[in-house]
Design a protein around this ligand. Structure first.
Ligand code: PGA
Length: 253
């Protein structure tokens, strides 16, 4: 099933515990009256999911995801949570392979692939993040890197798997330096071509590809207007209800 577009995600990272989550949604639900048929999904810290679900009761237009999962269903994995647990706490989506997971916590392609499979098994929609470092961009290796990250996951998926993608260049995350709409369009087109080669053109079109990296209210419009950009994944600016509502209200053609 296709996730309605544009898909606007708010990745809160390690911000907003339960009390701040309650405050955020009190403000945000007052500001945001909904704009069908897009999808808005928040990724709070796992400990805030239950509170978020409670706050969003009666607001099916505002959905929830988890920032990270383990690939096993249960077991002796201190500090980890499973996809099924996240789903029970209110998540419908799961971020997988965010660059902070890859670069700070050493997560590899193979683990991202296992997490995508685990998310699907538990009924969560995986949002796989891919992106190159500045060094890799300077070396002309953007496509090599993002297609390798994508292939690693596609290899272990059935072709009918519901999947979302986010292109998040590592150098643009949290730096205030967003990719140009042209850079984003080029990377998104490469991802779409690969999906198309693997799954066929029509199935490839069903996969929403989001751009992420220093999205703000003042650049959201141009980024969302770029070809092949089906949504935005917002970090820093998603912590503020007013800024995130402005981004979520961006026109999408
Ligand atoms: P940023 O983060 O918007 O703060 O750059 C984006 C992300 O990491 O998803």
């Amino acid at each position: 099933m296709m996730t309605p577009r544009p898909v606007i995600g708010g990745n809160w990272k390690m911000h907003h515990g339960p009390a701040d989550t309650r405050r955020f949604f009190q403000q945000f639900t007052g500001l945001w009256k909904g704009r069908p048929p897009g999808t808005i999904v928040f990724f709070p810290p796992a400990v805030s999911l239950s509170v978020a679900r409670e706050c969003l009761h009666g607001r099916p237009d505002l959905r929830l995801g988890v920032q990270n999962i383990h690939w096993e269903e249960r077991g002796a994995f201190t500090g980890e949570i499973s996809a099924a647990m996240a789903r029970e706490a209110g998540a419908e989506f799961a971020l997988v392979g965010h660059s902070e997971r890859r670069h700070i916590f050493g997560e590899r392609d193979e683990q991202a692939a296992r997490k995508v499979v685990a998310a699907l098994r538990a009924g969560l929609i995986p949002l796989l993040c891919v992106g190159e470092t500045l060094e890799e961009r300077r070396a002309g290796r953007v496509d090599d890197v993002i297609l390798r990250q994508l292939d690693a996951v596609l290899d272990s998926l059935p072709p009918d798997a519901g999947l979302l993608l986010a292109y998040e260049p590592v150098w643009a995350i949290g730096t205030g330096e967003n990719a140009t709409p042209g850079d984003a369009a080029a990377a998104h087109a490469a991802l779409r071509r690969r999906l198309s080669a693997r799954w066929g053109a029509s199935r490839a079109q069903d996969v929403a590809i989001l751009y992420g990296g220093s999205v703000k209210p003042d650049n959201a419009r141009d980024l969302l207007a770029a070809p092949e950009v089906d949504g935005l994944l917002v970090g820093g600016a998603s912590l503020d209800p007013t800024a995130f509502a402005a981004i979520a209200a961006t026109e999408f053609a």
